[in-house]
Write a protein that binds this ligand. Structure first.
Ligand code: ATP
Ligand code: MG
Length: 392
């Protein structure tokens, strides 16, 4: 494990750890004797200096995955390498204890000691790890870390005298002072209100970029994930459903689960009746839907689902010249400033549409709703019991 030089030189790092997780699994036994696969054959490669977000609903295994990386939880099988060193391997019988892994973990509560000053809180890992540093060295390091996070003047304060943002900085300074190059965050922003949270998020992202540590950050908040992540791992019942940039996850979801978990989406189920050269036609109870964004491998006869995002739809008073179009009734029209959100109904099909124009269309009207083939995704239908919605 390559260690950071002095705290003040942290941005000069040229070697930082990457995390490699291969075939990782962990089962828990419940009180009633049943088992739950908290981590189910996870493979994940995190590059140096990346900000990776683990996103998924409650109970999908995010915390367990983080704890196995930190060494606080023992997996059943698989391998975890950090900074090119194997920290856990079921095959080779390696299981390094947490203190040897060079990782800091920041929890939801920040876990600051209320009876200790900011200085003492930040100095804590240096003392508890018996690093044999002199008082002067500890002072230098702590002051260096507090300067890095921009709060050197708060050294003598107690946690109860700090704002949420300042507490976050203290927690980050405590992680930095240990000179750990990998910092794990378990929903650290979930206790603060929306406005403050947004502010803390921006601060965290910019500090991560400036200081250059690698971050793995757990959340069930999709907006938070989109804003912070260089890559998002969408977790579904212990498995990584997709690992990609926010753009890829949003525009090229690998499965219906991912498409529904991130952002709002409209869907119509049907069967593929044409599939040729990147163009697919799906026959549905609501007419044929044409897509030029089908999932690879879809063939004629496959059960499929056509999906499109509300902001990619069009609302027109007169019949538009688009191949995918439906006559619909406007159930509600909500003007939210930047756009109008329509809830539409055509037969038993409900759809949502967000339009920056179309302010003149009101509830009760009959309109045309349409979508370009290039804005429609077609994915395998999947077992619908495996699909959870964003409201989970
Ligand atoms: N010590 C344990 N014993 C038994 N089951 C456990 C234990 N820890 C976690 N689990 C189970 O493992 C699954 C994953 O839990 P985990 O805490 O990793 O979820 P999570 O994604 O972090 O959820 P949340 O968003 O609610 O924090 C859950 O079904 C949970 O009940
Ligand atoms: Mg959790």
């Amino acid at each position: 494990m390559t260690r950071r030089a002095a705290a003040g030189e942290a941005t000069d790092l040229n070697v930082r750890p990457a995390v490699q997780i291969a075939g990782l699994s962990k089962e828990f036994r419940r009180q009633d004797g049943s088992t739950v696969r908290a981590i189910d054959d996870v493979n994940l490669d995190v590059e140096q200096g990346e900000f990776v977000v683990l996103l998924g609903p409650s109970g999908c295994g995010k915390t367990t995955l983080l704890r196995t990386i930190a060494g606080l939880e023992q997996p059943d099988r698989g391998r975890i390498d950090i900074g090119g060193v194997t920290r856990y391997s079921s095959e080779r019988n390696v299981a390094q204890p947490p203190e040897k892994r060079g990782i800091s973990m920041i929890f939801q509560s920040y876990a600051l000691w209320p009876h200790m000053s900011v200085f003492k809180n930040v100095a804590y890992p240096l003392q508890s790890r018996s690093r044999r540093l002199s008082r002067t060295q500890i002072k230098e390091r702590v002051e260096g870390a507090l300067t890095q996070v921009g709060i050197p003047e708060l050294s003598a304060q107690y946690p109860s005298q700090l704002s949420g943002g300042q507490q976050q900085r203290v927690a980050l300074a405590r992680a930095l002072v240990s000179q750990d190059e990998l910092i794990l965050f378990d929903e650290p922003l979930s206790n603060v209100d929306a406005k403050v949270r947004e502010h803390l998020r921006i601060e965290l992202a910019s500090m991560q970029r400036a200081l250059g540590f690698t971050a793995i950050f757990v959340t069930h908040d999709q907006t938070e994930a989109m804003e912070l992540a260089s890559r998002i791992a969408v977790v579904d019942r212990g498995r990584v459903a997709q690992f990609g940039t926010p753009h890829e996850i949003y525009h090229r979801p690998a499965s219906r689960y991912v498409a529904k978990f991130i952002g709002a989406i409209n869907e119509i189920e049907g069967r593929v009746i044409e599939a040729e050269g990147g163009r697919v036609v799906v026959d549905t109870p609501h007419g044929r839907v044409v897509s030029t964004q089908p999932a690879p491998g879809l063939a004629v006869g496959d059960e499929a689902v056509a999906l499109w995002r509300p902001e990619r739809g069009h609302a027109d008073a007169i019949e538009p010249d688009r191949v995918n179009r439906w006559r619909a009734t406007v159930e509600t029209a909500m003007f939210v400033g930047s756009h109008t959100e329509f809830a539409l109904r055509t037969g038993d099909l409900e759809a949502r549409l967000w339009s920056p124009r179309a302010e003149s269309i009101t509830a009760g009207e009959q309109i045309w709703v349409s979508a370009e083939p290039s804005d429609v995704l077609v994915l395998p239908r999947e077992d619908s019991t495996g699909v959870q919605t964003a409201e989970v």
